[in-house]
Design a protein around this ligand. Sequence first.
Ligand code: GLP
Length: 241
Amino acid sequence: MRWIEVDNYEQMSEQAAAVVINLVKEKPEAVIGLATGGTPAGTYKRLIDDYKQNTTSYENIKTVNLDEYVGLEKESDQSYTYYMDKHLFDHINLKRENIHLPKAETPPYEQDAKDYEQLIEDLGGVDLQVLGIGENGHIGFNEPGTPFSSKTGVVELDPSTREANARYFENKDDVPTHAISMGISTIMKSRKIILLASGAKKAPILYNLFKTDVTEDIPASILKEHPDVTIIADSEALALL
Ligand code: GLP
């Protein structure tokens, strides 16, 4: 696991965007795994700026997102489908048929999760996975205690995760209780992974991640066993190290 320290959110976003852009240029038909949340929004903004300035083409790029809330309509402002459209997909020349997020609007959720795992395999696996990290160490929506062998499935959100994500919803109780998330083993199959972290809220978990052995209590700790993981974190997030 490689650690890169940058000064701030802007620099983190710039470095992450550069990794994505390099891959898109090297492998124009790459499969890129994407994340949501506050952390990657700045990276996506830079991808859009670069697309406009340098006409980097996403024509043959395929994307697979990590997760989606169960039971939210796609059009809902809080769905990850909406987030991705707004923050990236509406602004670059990705083809709609090459964009994939878990289908999680209506049942059968378990079957949809299985189909999503298969879809990722059929696409040939993920070349580059962009990850954020939850304050409790979750990756995707794989909460502490999730078996490392987990595949894409329906997962229950930890109360602390619902709390952390409540800022995006009108009411705390509106935060869905479940999501479909790529599994930990699915994430680990990605050929390259970058994990982004910014801000003081992430400092305790980055400290724990750095110090810990690999343990299911901290889902992100499994990344220590992956051959190509880079953590790009800013000084505030690394303040306790
Ligand atoms: C969410 C997402 C994760 C994300 C994490 C951190 O629950 N499922 O993919 O990495 O929480 O979010 P943020 O970047 O807003 O801190």
